[in-house]
Design a protein around this ligand. Sequence first.
Ligand code: ATR
Length: 279
Amino acid sequence: MKKVYGVIGDPIGHSMSPVMHNDLFEHNEIDATYLAFHVKKGNLEAAVTGLKALGVSGFNVTVPHKTDIIPLLDDIDPLAKAIGAVNTVVNTNGKLIGFNTDGRGFVRALLNKGLSLTEQKVLVIGAGGAARAIYFSLAEAGVKEIDICNRTVEKALSLKEACPFSVETKVSSISEAEKTIVDYDLLIQTTSIGMSPQVDDTPIRFKALKTDCFASDIIYNPLETKFLKEAKFIGASIQNGVDMFVNQGALAFEIWTSIFPDTNRMTENVLKQLGGSSC
Ligand code: ATR
């Protein structure tokens, strides 16, 4: 019988996941389909009960359900539990098990760029849900020094205090971080600042960066944010959010099928949907 997978969220119409995963199912000769389900906040519990009753094999979870879904699951991966957010669910013999592949996908995307992560001095810009997944996953991967700057410093402090992994972290305001930005090997932009249509905005200003600095932005629309443009202009290597999106999807696909898919193929597929080329 054909297996059914999907994604639940609100809004969901612009999700690139259905085209990406359906291409992978076809390419890997798996008899399965992936659908987008528009689930409003108040309907989450009914939707999850329904997905389970229908025997859906697995699904992704996006805004606004990533945290609210946790009590509705039968089990949760320890990293997802620590992050407090689930983006991937697998149905194993009628039990729904939740994972978070966002942060691990981001780490994989960096490793694919050849960075020796454990030796990097990292600055995370932002302290929201995306920053939390990335910060915990980098710490899990063994990065020793990860500082966090945020408009609201208390939120950065909460992230530091909640991290279950051993890591050295200083928290600061954005303007304080601007003064020491040349110390960092890796800058990670996790806020929504610079996202289309506000493409002229950037969360942090700098005139110089460390030689060989690597700047990563989780935004993929536009493919090159103002933050990345400014970092590139000074000589940094850059990476946009396409790689994180692709790798979170690849890790989800692996959880569902035990096959790690071709991420180059996925990147081409996503770029086609976005109508541009990656960096
Ligand atoms: P997500 O789950 O996508 O990470 P979020 O949890 O709402 O979204 O977090 C948004 C992040 O962007 C936060 O770090 C937020 O800063 P605050 O914690 O101070 O709110 C940051 N952010 C959003 N808009 C901002 C703005 N105009 N200026 C500075 N930071 C902003």
